[in-house]
Ligand binder design. Structure first.
Ligand code: ADP
Length: 225
């Protein structure tokens, strides 16, 4: 089964009377449980593509089917519901909420659960990423690597079917990067979560089953290992 189907996808950013097409006629399908890296030069459209696939932004052309739902047919609220239910997203710059503690950040996707259950689950996730003792710290009190681990715990909280990660190991030292990498790949092994990673790191890319090369907003190569 395809967890993600991208058809004739296009994205044009418009500001005033200027427009910039950053994705054009992009096509690919991803099987449930697959691991895939998207690589390409800076500015080639990787982050934009990831955002469209995850329902964070809407396409200018074409369609994205995520877990059987055509995102372009959904309202913003419906898209948010799909994101909450099916998607985990790890941002390059973490995007933790600064006014919430580490624990509260991880609880955000669990808001529909009873508060006590959400706290327990969030603490369990923080322990899994090695931050059980940082639960009451605020993002500014954490190192970059620790913030990234909190953001991973948050991305795992809703037990997503598909995890998108934008340069998850960028800006981190090798040791922390290795730890983050292991957490992400373990999720695939343990729960069968589909992984879609944008990365500059060729070593990380070769650890996935498939590499999509993108340049100038078009797929140049789609190679299975
Ligand atoms: P990559 O992740 O490969 O570096 P991006 O998807 O971030 O590429 O960006 C592709 C192009 O789109 C770049 O030229 C960038 O400046 C432009 N871009 C990205 N986001 C926006 C936006 N919100 N508005 C206008 N242009 C954007």
């Amino acid at each position: 089964m395809h967890i993600l189907s991208v058809k004739d996808l296009g994205k044009t950013y418009k500001s005033g009377n200027r427009s910039l097409t950053v994705l054009d006629q992009v096509n690919f399908d991803i099987e449930a449980g697959e691991t895939l890296a998207i690589v390409g030069p800076s500015g080639s459209g990787k982050t934009t593509l990831l955002g469209l696939c995850a329902g964070l932004d809407s396409a200018s052309k074409g369609s994205v089917q995520l877990n059987g739902k055509a995102l372009e047919r959904l309202s913003e609220d419906e898209r948010a519901a799909v994101r909450n239910q099916d998607v985990g997203f790890i941002f390059q710059n973490f995007q933790l909420l600064p006014t919430l503690t580490a624990l509260e950040n991880v609880m955000v996707p669990l808001e529909l659960k009873k508060r006590k259950d959400a706290r327990e689950k969030a603490l369990e996730l923080l322990k899994k990423v090695g931050l059980g003792d940082r639960a009451t710290h605020y993002p500014t009190q954490l190192s970059g690597g620790e913030q990234q681990r909190v953001s991973i715990a948050r991305a795992f909280a809703n037990e997503p079917k598909i995890l998108f990660a934008d340069e998850p190991t960028g800006n981190l030292d090798t040791e922390t990067g290795d730890m983050i990498e292991k957490l992400i790949f373990d999720l695939n092994k343990e729960k069968g979560t589909t992984l879609v990673l944008v990365t500059h790191d060729p070593e990380l890319a070769t650890k996935t089953q498939r590499i999509i090369h993108i340049k100038g907003g078009k797929i140049q190569e789609d190679a299975h290992a």
